[in-house]
Ligand binder design. Structure first.
Ligand code: NAD
Ligand code: ZN
Ligand code: ZN
Length: 402
Protein backbone atom coordinates (compact mmCIF):
# COMPACT_ATOMS: atom_id res chain seq x y z
CA UNK A 1 0.00 0.00 0.00
CA UNK A 2 1.01 3.66 -0.30
CA UNK A 3 1.96 5.49 2.90
CA UNK A 4 3.50 8.82 3.87
CA UNK A 5 6.79 8.07 5.64
CA UNK A 6 9.30 10.07 7.70
CA UNK A 7 12.90 9.56 6.68
CA UNK A 8 14.57 12.37 8.62
CA UNK A 9 14.32 16.08 9.24
CA UNK A 10 12.39 17.68 6.34
CA UNK A 11 12.42 14.36 4.46
CA UNK A 12 8.86 13.10 3.85
CA UNK A 13 8.33 10.48 1.14
CA UNK A 14 5.44 8.43 -0.17
CA UNK A 15 6.46 4.77 -0.21
CA UNK A 16 5.09 1.31 -0.93
CA UNK A 17 4.94 -0.48 2.42
CA UNK A 18 3.38 -3.75 3.65
CA UNK A 19 -0.32 -3.55 4.56
CA UNK A 20 -1.10 -3.74 8.29
CA UNK A 21 -2.50 -6.95 9.78
CA UNK A 22 -4.55 -7.74 12.87
CA UNK A 23 -2.03 -8.54 15.62
CA UNK A 24 -4.33 -8.39 18.63
CA UNK A 25 -7.95 -9.62 18.91
CA UNK A 26 -9.11 -6.10 19.82
CA UNK A 27 -7.65 -4.56 16.61
CA UNK A 28 -9.49 -3.37 13.54
CA UNK A 29 -8.07 -2.54 10.12
CA UNK A 30 -9.41 0.71 8.68
CA UNK A 31 -9.26 1.61 5.01
CA UNK A 32 -8.50 5.32 5.17
CA UNK A 33 -10.79 7.61 3.17
CA UNK A 34 -9.50 10.96 4.50
CA UNK A 35 -6.47 12.03 6.52
CA UNK A 36 -5.08 15.43 7.46
CA UNK A 37 -1.71 17.01 8.21
CA UNK A 38 -1.49 18.54 11.69
CA UNK A 39 0.74 21.23 13.20
CA UNK A 40 2.01 18.42 15.44
CA UNK A 41 3.30 16.63 12.32
CA UNK A 42 5.42 19.70 11.57
CA UNK A 43 7.22 19.22 14.91
CA UNK A 44 8.19 15.72 13.66
CA UNK A 45 9.22 16.95 10.22
CA UNK A 46 11.37 19.68 11.77
CA UNK A 47 13.09 17.13 14.01
CA UNK A 48 11.91 18.39 17.40
CA UNK A 49 10.28 15.19 18.66
CA UNK A 50 12.86 12.50 19.51
CA UNK A 51 12.67 8.75 18.79
CA UNK A 52 11.43 8.86 15.20
CA UNK A 53 12.91 6.18 12.93
CA UNK A 54 13.46 6.22 9.17
CA UNK A 55 10.43 4.69 7.46
CA UNK A 56 7.91 5.50 10.22
CA UNK A 57 4.40 6.06 8.81
CA UNK A 58 3.06 9.54 9.62
CA UNK A 59 -0.41 10.69 10.50
CA UNK A 60 -2.75 10.78 13.47
CA UNK A 61 -5.81 12.50 11.98
CA UNK A 62 -7.71 9.98 9.88
CA UNK A 63 -11.02 8.22 9.26
CA UNK A 64 -12.30 5.51 6.99
CA UNK A 65 -14.15 2.24 6.68
CA UNK A 66 -13.52 -0.83 8.82
CA UNK A 67 -12.45 -3.70 6.55
CA UNK A 68 -11.40 -6.29 9.13
CA UNK A 69 -11.86 -6.83 12.89
CA UNK A 70 -10.17 -9.04 15.47
CA UNK A 71 -12.08 -11.80 17.25
CA UNK A 72 -12.77 -9.73 20.40
CA UNK A 73 -14.08 -6.61 18.69
CA UNK A 74 -17.81 -6.35 19.42
CA UNK A 75 -18.98 -2.72 19.21
CA UNK A 76 -17.87 -1.97 15.64
CA UNK A 77 -17.98 -4.18 12.56
CA UNK A 78 -16.76 -4.48 8.99
CA UNK A 79 -18.37 -1.79 6.84
CA UNK A 80 -18.72 0.79 9.63
CA UNK A 81 -17.59 4.30 8.75
CA UNK A 82 -15.51 5.61 11.65
CA UNK A 83 -13.33 8.47 12.84
CA UNK A 84 -10.36 7.36 14.93
CA UNK A 85 -8.94 9.49 17.79
CA UNK A 86 -5.20 10.19 17.77
CA UNK A 87 -4.75 8.98 21.34
CA UNK A 88 -5.01 5.21 21.81
CA UNK A 89 -6.86 4.15 24.97
CA UNK A 90 -7.69 0.84 26.63
CA UNK A 91 -10.90 2.11 28.24
CA UNK A 92 -10.25 0.16 31.44
CA UNK A 93 -7.30 1.61 33.38
CA UNK A 94 -7.65 4.19 36.14
CA UNK A 95 -7.02 7.16 33.84
CA UNK A 96 -9.38 5.87 31.14
CA UNK A 97 -12.20 5.33 33.62
CA UNK A 98 -11.62 8.90 34.87
CA UNK A 99 -11.97 10.19 31.29
CA UNK A 100 -8.28 11.09 31.04
CA UNK A 101 -7.72 8.80 28.07
CA UNK A 102 -4.63 10.68 26.86
CA UNK A 103 -2.95 9.26 29.98
CA UNK A 104 -3.99 5.63 29.35
CA UNK A 105 -1.57 3.35 31.19
CA UNK A 106 -1.88 0.37 28.86
CA UNK A 107 -1.31 1.56 25.30
CA UNK A 108 2.30 2.72 25.15
CA UNK A 109 4.56 -0.34 24.83
CA UNK A 110 7.55 2.02 24.98
CA UNK A 111 6.42 3.75 28.18
CA UNK A 112 9.96 3.45 29.54
CA UNK A 113 11.18 5.96 26.95
CA UNK A 114 8.61 8.57 27.95
CA UNK A 115 9.21 7.85 31.65
CA UNK A 116 12.86 8.83 31.26
CA UNK A 117 11.83 12.25 29.98
CA UNK A 118 8.51 12.90 31.74
CA UNK A 119 8.52 10.68 34.85
CA UNK A 120 5.33 8.94 33.64
CA UNK A 121 4.13 8.06 30.18
CA UNK A 122 0.97 9.19 28.43
CA UNK A 123 -1.06 6.97 26.10
CA UNK A 124 0.13 5.56 22.82
CA UNK A 125 -0.37 7.89 19.84
CA UNK A 126 -0.72 7.09 16.15
CA UNK A 127 2.21 8.10 13.96
CA UNK A 128 4.01 10.09 16.62
CA UNK A 129 7.45 8.61 17.39
CA UNK A 130 8.58 5.51 19.25
CA UNK A 131 8.39 7.31 22.58
CA UNK A 132 4.58 7.24 22.17
CA UNK A 133 4.45 3.62 21.10
CA UNK A 134 5.81 3.53 17.56
CA UNK A 135 2.31 2.97 16.11
CA UNK A 136 2.03 3.28 12.34
CA UNK A 137 0.06 6.39 11.41
CA UNK A 138 -2.99 6.97 9.25
CA UNK A 139 -1.50 8.88 6.31
CA UNK A 140 -1.75 5.60 4.45
CA UNK A 141 -4.25 3.48 2.57
CA UNK A 142 -4.82 1.21 5.58
CA UNK A 143 -4.08 1.47 9.29
CA UNK A 144 -4.27 -0.90 12.25
CA UNK A 145 -6.44 0.51 15.05
CA UNK A 146 -5.80 -1.11 18.46
CA UNK A 147 -8.65 -1.12 21.01
CA UNK A 148 -11.06 -0.49 18.14
CA UNK A 149 -14.15 -0.77 20.33
CA UNK A 150 -12.93 2.03 22.58
CA UNK A 151 -11.59 4.44 19.96
CA UNK A 152 -13.66 4.18 16.79
CA UNK A 153 -16.41 6.79 16.61
CA UNK A 154 -19.15 5.77 14.14
CA UNK A 155 -20.32 8.61 11.92
CA UNK A 156 -23.61 8.90 10.01
CA UNK A 157 -23.70 8.86 6.21
CA UNK A 158 -25.51 12.20 6.26
CA UNK A 159 -22.19 13.91 7.11
CA UNK A 160 -19.27 14.08 4.67
CA UNK A 161 -15.73 12.99 5.50
CA UNK A 162 -14.63 16.62 5.56
CA UNK A 163 -17.30 17.50 8.12
CA UNK A 164 -16.28 14.80 10.61
CA UNK A 165 -12.54 14.19 9.98
CA UNK A 166 -11.41 16.76 12.53
CA UNK A 167 -13.13 14.86 15.33
CA UNK A 168 -9.91 12.80 15.14
CA UNK A 169 -7.94 15.58 16.86
CA UNK A 170 -8.21 19.32 16.36
CA UNK A 171 -11.90 19.96 17.06
CA UNK A 172 -11.76 18.11 20.42
CA UNK A 173 -8.33 19.69 21.02
CA UNK A 174 -9.70 23.19 20.52
CA UNK A 175 -12.73 22.36 22.66
CA UNK A 176 -10.70 20.89 25.53
CA UNK A 177 -8.36 23.90 25.41
CA UNK A 178 -11.36 26.22 25.75
CA UNK A 179 -12.76 24.08 28.58
CA UNK A 180 -9.35 24.14 30.27
CA UNK A 181 -9.41 27.95 30.03
CA UNK A 182 -12.24 27.89 32.63
CA UNK A 183 -14.30 30.44 30.70
CA UNK A 184 -17.15 32.06 32.56
CA UNK A 185 -20.06 33.82 30.87
CA UNK A 186 -18.86 37.24 29.71
CA UNK A 187 -15.12 36.51 29.86
CA UNK A 188 -12.50 37.85 27.47
CA UNK A 189 -10.30 35.11 26.04
CA UNK A 190 -7.05 35.69 24.13
CA UNK A 191 -5.84 32.99 21.74
CA UNK A 192 -2.26 32.88 20.48
CA UNK A 193 -2.09 31.14 17.08
CA UNK A 194 -4.80 31.05 14.40
CA UNK A 195 -3.74 27.72 12.92
CA UNK A 196 -6.26 24.87 12.74
CA UNK A 197 -6.15 24.35 16.51
CA UNK A 198 -6.54 28.07 17.21
CA UNK A 199 -9.55 28.22 14.86
CA UNK A 200 -11.35 25.50 16.84
CA UNK A 201 -10.32 27.14 20.12
CA UNK A 202 -12.03 30.33 18.97
CA UNK A 203 -15.27 28.56 17.97
CA UNK A 204 -15.27 26.56 21.21
CA UNK A 205 -14.58 29.59 23.42
CA UNK A 206 -17.73 31.23 22.05
CA UNK A 207 -19.67 27.97 22.55
CA UNK A 208 -18.57 28.03 26.20
CA UNK A 209 -19.74 31.58 26.84
CA UNK A 210 -16.82 33.90 26.05
CA UNK A 211 -18.03 37.42 25.34
CA UNK A 212 -14.95 38.46 23.41
CA UNK A 213 -12.25 36.32 21.81
CA UNK A 214 -9.02 38.04 20.78
CA UNK A 215 -7.15 36.08 18.11
CA UNK A 216 -3.42 36.70 17.69
CA UNK A 217 -1.28 35.73 14.68
CA UNK A 218 0.58 37.43 11.86
CA UNK A 219 -0.81 35.54 8.84
CA UNK A 220 -3.61 37.55 7.16
CA UNK A 221 -5.54 34.55 5.80
CA UNK A 222 -5.67 32.91 9.22
CA UNK A 223 -6.60 36.17 10.97
CA UNK A 224 -9.37 36.69 8.41
CA UNK A 225 -10.74 33.21 9.12
CA UNK A 226 -10.66 33.95 12.87
CA UNK A 227 -12.55 37.20 12.25
CA UNK A 228 -15.21 35.25 10.35
CA UNK A 229 -15.78 33.23 13.53
CA UNK A 230 -16.40 36.47 15.42
CA UNK A 231 -12.95 37.03 16.97
CA UNK A 232 -11.32 40.44 17.30
CA UNK A 233 -7.97 39.98 15.58
CA UNK A 234 -4.54 41.38 16.43
CA UNK A 235 -1.67 41.07 13.97
CA UNK A 236 1.29 41.08 16.33
CA UNK A 237 3.55 42.43 13.59
CA UNK A 238 1.43 45.56 13.29
CA UNK A 239 0.70 46.29 16.96
CA UNK A 240 2.46 46.22 20.30
CA UNK A 241 0.65 43.14 21.56
CA UNK A 242 0.54 44.01 25.24
CA UNK A 243 -0.86 47.48 24.50
CA UNK A 244 -3.47 46.00 22.15
CA UNK A 245 -4.58 43.46 24.76
CA UNK A 246 -4.84 46.13 27.47
CA UNK A 247 -6.88 48.44 25.28
CA UNK A 248 -9.25 45.59 24.30
CA UNK A 249 -9.82 44.67 27.97
CA UNK A 250 -10.23 48.08 29.63
CA UNK A 251 -6.69 47.81 30.98
CA UNK A 252 -7.33 44.55 32.87
CA UNK A 253 -5.89 41.87 30.59
CA UNK A 254 -7.68 38.77 29.27
CA UNK A 255 -9.41 36.49 31.80
CA UNK A 256 -7.96 33.47 30.00
CA UNK A 257 -5.01 33.11 27.66
CA UNK A 258 -4.70 30.11 25.36
CA UNK A 259 -1.42 29.09 23.72
CA UNK A 260 -2.34 27.35 20.45
CA UNK A 261 1.15 27.88 19.03
CA UNK A 262 3.44 25.40 20.76
CA UNK A 263 7.14 24.76 20.61
CA UNK A 264 7.94 26.37 17.27
CA UNK A 265 6.69 29.88 18.05
CA UNK A 266 7.78 32.71 15.84
CA UNK A 267 8.69 36.07 17.37
CA UNK A 268 10.84 39.18 17.36
CA UNK A 269 13.68 40.78 19.27
CA UNK A 270 16.15 39.49 21.80
CA UNK A 271 13.85 36.88 23.37
CA UNK A 272 13.18 35.25 20.00
CA UNK A 273 16.87 35.33 18.99
CA UNK A 274 17.70 33.70 22.34
CA UNK A 275 15.20 30.87 21.73
CA UNK A 276 16.27 30.32 18.12
CA UNK A 277 19.96 30.06 18.95
CA UNK A 278 19.49 27.88 22.02
CA UNK A 279 17.06 25.56 20.21
CA UNK A 280 19.44 25.17 17.28
CA UNK A 281 22.33 24.38 19.63
CA UNK A 282 20.03 21.87 21.37
CA UNK A 283 20.49 23.78 24.65
CA UNK A 284 16.73 24.38 24.86
CA UNK A 285 14.23 21.98 23.33
CA UNK A 286 11.32 24.37 22.74
CA UNK A 287 10.69 28.02 21.78
CA UNK A 288 8.09 29.19 24.34
CA UNK A 289 7.81 32.76 22.99
CA UNK A 290 4.01 32.81 22.86
CA UNK A 291 3.65 30.96 26.17
CA UNK A 292 5.72 33.56 28.02
CA UNK A 293 3.48 36.29 26.62
CA UNK A 294 0.33 34.39 27.56
CA UNK A 295 1.53 34.19 31.17
CA UNK A 296 2.69 37.80 31.41
CA UNK A 297 -0.33 39.36 29.69
CA UNK A 298 -2.98 37.30 31.52
CA UNK A 299 -5.14 39.08 34.09
CA UNK A 300 -4.41 38.31 37.76
CA UNK A 301 -6.26 35.21 38.93
CA UNK A 302 -6.75 34.13 35.31
CA UNK A 303 -6.13 30.85 33.54
CA UNK A 304 -3.51 29.91 30.97
CA UNK A 305 -4.57 26.93 28.84
CA UNK A 306 -1.91 25.26 26.71
CA UNK A 307 -3.00 22.97 23.87
CA UNK A 308 0.24 23.80 22.01
CA UNK A 309 2.69 20.90 22.14
CA UNK A 310 5.92 21.17 24.15
CA UNK A 311 8.49 18.41 24.12
CA UNK A 312 11.07 19.05 26.78
CA UNK A 313 12.73 21.84 28.71
CA UNK A 314 11.83 25.52 28.43
CA UNK A 315 14.02 28.49 29.31
CA UNK A 316 13.23 31.81 30.92
CA UNK A 317 9.73 30.89 32.01
CA UNK A 318 8.18 33.85 33.89
CA UNK A 319 7.34 31.81 36.93
CA UNK A 320 7.24 34.94 39.08
CA UNK A 321 4.30 36.26 37.04
CA UNK A 322 2.55 32.92 37.35
CA UNK A 323 3.00 32.79 41.11
CA UNK A 324 2.41 36.42 41.99
CA UNK A 325 -0.72 36.72 39.83
CA UNK A 326 -2.10 33.43 41.13
CA UNK A 327 -2.62 32.03 37.64
CA UNK A 328 -3.88 28.54 36.89
CA UNK A 329 -2.18 26.51 34.15
CA UNK A 330 -4.06 23.70 32.41
CA UNK A 331 -2.67 21.63 29.57
CA UNK A 332 -2.39 18.12 28.12
CA UNK A 333 -2.72 15.97 25.08
CA UNK A 334 -6.42 15.85 24.37
CA UNK A 335 -8.61 13.34 26.20
CA UNK A 336 -10.18 12.57 22.86
CA UNK A 337 -12.67 9.89 23.83
CA UNK A 338 -14.55 12.25 26.15
CA UNK A 339 -15.30 14.74 23.39
CA UNK A 340 -15.91 12.87 20.15
CA UNK A 341 -19.56 11.85 20.62
CA UNK A 342 -20.76 15.19 22.08
CA UNK A 343 -18.96 17.17 19.38
CA UNK A 344 -20.31 14.85 16.66
CA UNK A 345 -23.77 15.76 17.99
CA UNK A 346 -22.88 19.46 17.65
CA UNK A 347 -21.95 18.87 14.00
CA UNK A 348 -25.16 16.91 13.39
CA UNK A 349 -27.17 19.70 15.00
CA UNK A 350 -25.61 22.18 12.58
CA UNK A 351 -23.91 24.22 15.34
CA UNK A 352 -20.59 23.98 13.48
CA UNK A 353 -19.26 22.68 10.16
CA UNK A 354 -15.58 21.86 10.84
CA UNK A 355 -14.73 21.73 7.13
CA UNK A 356 -14.46 25.54 7.17
CA UNK A 357 -10.70 25.32 7.80
CA UNK A 358 -9.81 23.19 4.75
CA UNK A 359 -7.85 25.13 2.15
CA UNK A 360 -5.86 22.40 0.35
CA UNK A 361 -6.76 18.93 -0.83
CA UNK A 362 -4.78 16.19 -2.52
CA UNK A 363 -4.03 12.50 -2.77
CA UNK A 364 -1.44 10.64 -0.65
CA UNK A 365 1.09 11.10 -3.44
CA UNK A 366 0.74 14.87 -3.01
CA UNK A 367 1.93 14.63 0.62
CA UNK A 368 5.48 16.00 0.15
CA UNK A 369 4.12 19.10 -1.62
CA UNK A 370 1.25 19.55 0.84
CA UNK A 371 3.66 19.28 3.79
CA UNK A 372 5.81 22.01 2.22
CA UNK A 373 2.84 24.29 1.66
CA UNK A 374 1.48 23.72 5.18
CA UNK A 375 4.95 24.32 6.62
CA UNK A 376 5.47 27.58 4.71
CA UNK A 377 1.82 28.61 5.25
CA UNK A 378 1.91 30.10 1.74
CA UNK A 379 -1.15 30.21 -0.54
CA UNK A 380 -3.32 31.05 2.50
CA UNK A 381 -2.84 27.46 3.66
CA UNK A 382 -4.71 26.58 6.85
CA UNK A 383 -5.41 22.84 6.63
CA UNK A 384 -4.52 20.09 4.15
CA UNK A 385 -6.62 16.98 3.66
CA UNK A 386 -5.50 13.94 1.69
CA UNK A 387 -7.82 11.32 0.24
CA UNK A 388 -6.02 8.04 -0.36
CA UNK A 389 -7.22 6.33 -3.48
CA UNK A 390 -8.62 9.49 -4.97
CA UNK A 391 -6.49 11.23 -7.51
CA UNK A 392 -7.41 14.82 -7.01
CA UNK A 393 -4.68 16.24 -9.18
CA UNK A 394 -5.44 18.83 -11.78
CA UNK A 395 -4.44 17.96 -15.31
CA UNK A 396 -1.29 20.07 -14.87
CA UNK A 397 -0.17 17.85 -11.96
CA UNK A 398 -0.67 20.52 -9.28
CA UNK A 399 -2.58 19.49 -6.15
CA UNK A 400 -6.19 20.60 -6.18
CA UNK A 401 -6.70 23.75 -4.16
CA UNK A 402 -10.05 24.98 -2.95
P1 NAD B 1 0.08 25.55 12.93
O1 NAD B 1 1.55 25.51 12.87
O2 NAD B 1 -0.68 25.43 11.65
O3 NAD B 1 -0.40 26.92 13.61
C1 NAD B 1 0.36 27.65 14.53
C2 NAD B 1 0.01 29.12 14.35
O4 NAD B 1 0.69 29.88 15.35
C3 NAD B 1 0.44 29.69 13.00
O5 NAD B 1 -0.66 30.31 12.37
C4 NAD B 1 1.53 30.70 13.37
O6 NAD B 1 1.60 31.81 12.48
C5 NAD B 1 1.11 31.12 14.77
N1 NAD B 1 2.17 31.68 15.59
C6 NAD B 1 3.50 31.39 15.59
N2 NAD B 1 4.13 32.14 16.49
C7 NAD B 1 3.19 32.93 17.08
C8 NAD B 1 3.25 33.92 18.09
N3 NAD B 1 4.38 34.27 18.69
N4 NAD B 1 2.08 34.54 18.45
C9 NAD B 1 0.89 34.22 17.85
N5 NAD B 1 0.79 33.28 16.87
C10 NAD B 1 1.94 32.65 16.50
O7 NAD B 1 -0.37 24.44 13.97
P2 NAD B 1 -1.78 23.85 14.53
O8 NAD B 1 -2.14 22.65 13.74
O9 NAD B 1 -2.79 24.92 14.67
O10 NAD B 1 -1.30 23.36 15.96
C11 NAD B 1 -0.95 24.31 16.97
C12 NAD B 1 -0.28 23.62 18.13
O11 NAD B 1 -1.21 22.71 18.75
C13 NAD B 1 0.92 22.76 17.73
O12 NAD B 1 1.93 22.87 18.72
C14 NAD B 1 0.36 21.37 17.74
O13 NAD B 1 1.38 20.39 17.95
C15 NAD B 1 -0.58 21.46 18.92
N6 NAD B 1 -1.58 20.38 19.02
C16 NAD B 1 -1.82 19.90 20.26
C17 NAD B 1 -2.75 18.91 20.45
C18 NAD B 1 -3.02 18.40 21.84
O14 NAD B 1 -3.55 17.29 22.02
N7 NAD B 1 -2.75 19.17 22.88
C19 NAD B 1 -3.43 18.38 19.36
C20 NAD B 1 -3.20 18.92 18.09
C21 NAD B 1 -2.26 19.93 17.92
ZN1 ZN C 1 -3.03 16.57 15.23
ZN1 ZN D 1 -6.42 3.01 29.68
Amino acid sequence: MRAVCWFGTKDIRVEDVPEPRIVNPRDAIVQVTATAICGSDLHLVNGYIPTMQAGDIMGHEFMGEIVEVGSRVTRVKVGDRVVVPFTIACGKCEHCTDGRTSLCENTNPNAWMAEKLFGHSGSGLFGYSHMTGGYAGGQAEYVRVPHADIGCCKVPDSLSDEQVLFLSDIFPTGYMAAENAQIKQGDVVAVWGCGPVGQFVIKSAFMLGAEKVIAIDRLPARLALAARSGAVTVNYEEHVLQDALLSLTDGRGPDSCIDAVGLEAHGHGAAFAYDKVKQQLRMETDRPYALRQAIIYCKGGGTVSIPGVYGGFLDKMPFGALMNKGLTIKTGQTDMHRYMEPLLQRIEAGDIDPSFIITHRGSLDDAPQLYKTFMSKHEGCVKCVMKPGASLKHADGEPAIM
